[in-house]
Design a protein around this ligand. Structure first.
Ligand code: J2J
Length: 540
């Protein structure tokens, strides 16, 4: 229909021969993200697509809302290629807005609800966002005020859309009042479709540009591997913008298949067990600390959880002890997954034997995935030997958005992504994650960049130097610890854990990144070459 490809500066394209091969081999198909949703709308308009609280949204109604909101956004001037920051909790409006933006060819920037001014302002700045969608308050934070502040500070941010805390409200009503636009192609499959946050090892979170082709591919392969069908009822209880909730298999998987997504504000047993019982939930994707909370909850015998068929657990390392308990105590198949927002996702296959299901984190999900496991010198290691994992494939990006310096380090010249994970691969190709080489803290699946926290703590008047590391935690896997050297003459009473947490909160840092532990020290342990030895700090 005569659309020219979208040129988005700061996006690293796939080499043309590779793109052509991915299309020829059927990994990338001629489809954009809203199309499978509207196919589901056409197949069964009356069926329930989303359940949230008392609300039940049918497929036809979901499609109608998407096209009305898209009409309203179009009227505001939102166009193909515009970046728009979507900062919403687990509410149906997240899904409605994201599809509405895709319908227009705009590029949503997925920002977890836990984010605060530091993260949001960074996203607005690097993406030159034209719109920001949020809720008035979340977890005690005044996001309406944040929206107003950002609009004042960033002239390019023309539109802020502030919904009620639980979604809806007059801002949404105004958009819904428009006559729906027609569902048609306003973007091409190779266009960048969304920007997802990276786990982060740098001063600010980096953004991951996925195209319609990479993302629809990832969803399409995930659906059968996770056993999703039109009979599936999926619980979404980790933050909805996380890649597990979106595409692994996520709401995209379940809506494409014609099933039902049940949204929960959080994953605690009190919140989700009643939902699993009431809606006969069949599938959920959760992180290890939630699984532990489910297993250890006395509520699990009070609710009927027998509808649960598979529990996809990923995002962080799961202990074998917890893994073994899933089948006998929750009656579900444990499907471990090991993915990354950059693209690659591995799943344990649903027919795997017990030992594999307990021990391993899966096989690559795409037949086009190419994996390398290398020693420190860059040579491939034999099966069973730990090595650095590198990945390339039709779901994996070739570069972060607008980050040339980082890209030179994070990707090889021939396009492999250096995951920073240390894995062992067995003869069948099954991966077990055994460690990490990147400077990142994995706090129960939420990734924290030590450098980002350190940069902010250094701004505190009592701090001369700081080093942030992850220390072992029984439930979360890791917690955030800050080692601090006081500035000369500083009053130690002003550099307490409470004071530093307050300081970081005032700076607008997401609360999951705040130090859990703080220790004032006279000096840092050093390596032979004089660098701070984070290894020694982690162990002490
Ligand atoms: C150990 N570490 C793991 C696992 C991820 C599906 C599932 C997860 C993510 C995700 C995802 C792990 N054991 N089972 O995007 O689509 C760590 C690794 C990895 C990093 C990526 C998906 N599963 N990890 O967790 O972008 O270190 O994606 O590189 O948030 O989480 O984090 P993220």
């Amino acid at each position: 229909m005569g659309l020219a490809p979208l040129v988005l500066d700061g996006f690293t394209p796939y080499p043309q021969d590779v793109a052509e091969r991915y299309r020829r081999e059927g990994h990338w198909i001629d489809q954009i993200l809203p199309e499978p949703l509207f196919a589901s709308v056409a197949r069964h308009p009356e069926k329930t697509a989303i359940i949230a609280g008392d609300a039940r949204i049918g497929y036809a109604e979901l499609g109608d809302r998407v096209l009305r909101v898209a009409a309203g956004l179009q009227r505001l001037g939102i166009r193909r290629g515009d970046r728009v920051v979507v900062h919403l909790p687990n509410i149906p409006d997240f899904i409605v807005f994201v599809y509405a933006f895709w319908e227009l060819g705009a590029v949503p920037v997925f920002s977890p609800a836990a984010h605060r001014r530091t993260e949001i302002e960074h996203f607005v700045e690097v993406t030159e966002a034209r719109a920001y969608v949020t809720v008035a308050t979340h977890d005690g934070a005044d996001l309406a005020a944040l929206a107003a502040e950002l609009k004042g500070a960033w002239p390019g941010l023309e539109h802020t859309i502030v919904l009620d805390p639980a979604g809806g409200g007059t801002a949404l009503d105004a958009l819904l009042a428009h006559e729906p636009i027609a569902h048609e192609r306003r973007s091409l499959p190779q266009d960048v479709a969304l920007l997802q946050m990276s786990g982060g090892t740098t001063g600010h979170p980096k953004l991951i540009p996925h195209t319609h082709e990479t993302y629809t591919h990832s969803v399409r392969v995930s659906i059968p591997l996770c056993g999703i069908t039109d009979a599936s009822v999926q619980l979404i209880s980790v933050p909805i913008c996380h890649s597990m909730s979106v595409r692994s298999p996520g709401f995209l998987g379940v809506l494409n298949a014609g099933g039902t997504a049940v949204l929960a504000a959080d994953g605690s047993p009190d919140t989700v067990f009643p939902l699993i019982q009431e809606h006969r939930v069949t599938q959920a994707s959760i992180v290890p600390p939630l699984l532990l909370a489910w297993l250890n909850s006395s509520l699990k015998d009070r609710y009927d959880l027998s509808s649960l068929e598979t529990l996809h657990v990923g995002g962080a390392k799961l202990s074998a002890e917890a893994a073994r308990r899933v089948r006998p105590e929750l009656g579900a198949f444990l499907q471990q997954g090991f993915g990354m927002a950059e693209g690659l996702v591995n799943y344990v296959r649903l027919d795997a034997d017990e030992a594999t299901a307990v021990r391993s984190q899966g096989l690559p999900s795409s037949p086009g995935d190419e994996l390398l496991v290398l020693d420190d010198e860059g040579r491939e290691v034999p099966p069973g030997t730990p090595g650095h994992l590198l990945a390339r494939g039709p779901a994996t990006i070739r570069g972060y958005y607008r980050a040339p310096g980082l890209n030179a380090i994070s990707f090889t010249e021939d396009g492999f992504y250096r995951t920073g994970d240390i894995v062992e691969r067995d003869e069948r190709g099954y991966l077990t994650v055994v460690g990490r080489s990147k400077d990142q803290i994995n706090r129960g699946g939420e990734k924290v960049s030590p450098e980002e926290v350190e940069n902010l703590v250094l701004g505190h008047e009592g701090v001369h130097d700081v080093s942030v590391v992850g220390i072992a935690d029984r439930v979360l896997g890791e917690r955030v610890k800050a080692y601090v050297i006081l500035r000369e003459g500083a009053d130690p009473a002003v550099v307490t854990l409470g004071a530093i947490r307050r300081f970081l909160r005032e700076r607008g840092l997401a609360s999951y990144k705040l130090p859990d532990v703080l220790e004032v020290v006279a000096e840092f342990p050093r390596t032979a070459v004089g660098k701070v030895s984070k290894r020694a700090q982690r162990a002490s």
